[in-house]
Design a protein around this ligand. Structure first.
Ligand code: Q9C
Ligand code: ZN
Length: 348
């Protein structure tokens, strides 16, 4: 029976606003706690799914398998500063740029403010007093989802992660993501054999790609909006194929705007073919409901029915599977889209 891993701790991360550059104004931040509430309400309908909550756990070992110690230390110092009342919610006001090194060989600054610019890749990923707690809970839910699959308790688990994770790399974060939940899950499973990560969020999973770029044990494939016109702009192109031992272990499939369900399934087939040839023992899925029509920051045209077909095609791989929630920002449809996707994994 599939299992759903959920924790209410996500609600402590509640970024208020985002700068909408083109409209020259602050608007509501797309990643709000209501997203998870809507998904949870919808997926409760799945008679075959068991919803598990969990408490706190020590994640240190899991953190360091996918993230640099400097990034984790920074987040912990940041939390201490919030706890001491030294900080109000903020975003990076400067991100480390190539030019930063042009005056000296200066490396990371020491203050929490300076380090935010060092590690964060954009000014859309707010830091608040409740952020780190929620981030740890999301990461823990992905790790737990992977352990339940590894131990054979469930053949499919769904970690209702919030904040999302796929834009967080080994030593950077951004794109509403802080730690890479899917990478945490994959590293648990990779101890028992080769693992494939398939990322079908609307945006390219630049963090996931970077973490496993040199790895031959973890194959990464991503379908996403063409980075020529979509975030994260600097990665997600077809010529990024992996490096060293990880050569040809990364596959990017950029999609045109308003792609139809049929076209999408053709690209998906290419990803699934490559995954089969890799012969993984387990699959980690980064699922973003922002591929559906009507997403406020996405421009693909997938219907709920298309999303079900996408789920079915993936489910047919018949691999032990951990599904991590990534993006998806239309509150009116996010529940229905997640439900359509998960229905396809009712395969026992
Ligand atoms: N005003 C994920 O879906 N910027 N992250 C979009 C919208 C960043 C999305 C601009 C989008 C990141 C996990
Ligand atoms: Zn996304």
């Amino acid at each position: 029976m599939p299992g759903i891993i959920y924790t209410p701790a996500h609600a402590d991360h509640k970024p208020e606003s985002e700068l909408h550059g083109s409209r020259r104004e602050l608007g509501p931040h797309p990643d709000n706690p209501e997203r998870v509430k809507r998904i949870l309400d919808a997926v409760k309908e799945l008679s075959w799914a068991e919803i598990r909550e969990f408490g706190e756990r020590d994640l240190s070992r899991n953190f360091f398998q996918v993230h640099a110690s400097g990034l984790i230390d920074y987040f912990r110092d940041l939390q201490n500063s919030f706890d001491r009342g030294e900080l109000d919610p903020f975003v990076a006001d400067l991100v480390a740029h190539r030019a930063a090194g042009s005056f000296s060989n200066r490396t990371a600054p020491r203050t929490v403010r300076g380090l935010t610019g060092w590690y964060c890749t954009d000014a859309q990923t707010p830091l608040t007093a409740g952020t780190w707690g929620a981030v740890c809970a999301a990461f823990a839910s992905a790790v737990q989802a992977a352990e339940l699959v590894r131990d054979g308790t469930h053949s499919v688990t769904y970690a209702l992660c919030r904040p999302p994770g796929h834009h967080a790399g080994r030593d950077f974060f951004g794109g509403y993501c802080y730690l890479n939940n899917a990478a945490g899950a994959a590293s648990v499973l990779a101890r028992s054999g080769p693992v494939a990560i398939l990322d079908i969020d609307y945006h390219h999973g630049n963090g996931t790609q970077q973490i496993f770029y040199g790895s031959k044990r973890v194959f990464t494939a991503s379908l996403h909006a063409d980075p020529e016109h979509a975030y994260p702009f600097y990665s997600g192109y077809t010529d990024e194929r992996g490096t060293g031992a990880g050569r040809r272990k990364n596959l990017n499939l950029p999609l045109p705007s308003r792609v139809t369900g049929e076209e999408y399934l053709k690209s998906l087939d290419k990803a699934l073919g490559a995954i089969k040839r890799f012969r993984p023992k387990a699959l980690v899925l980064s699922f973003g409901a922002d591929i559906a029509e009507g997403d406020p920051i996405g421009d693909l045209g997938l219907t709920a029915e298309d999303v079900y077909s996408v789920g079915q095609a993936i489910s047919k791989l018949n691999l032990p599977t951990v599904i991590c929630q990534e993006g998806g920002y239309n509150l009116e449809t996010i529940g229905e889209i997640a439900l359509s996707f998960l229905r396809a994994f009712d395969r026992e």
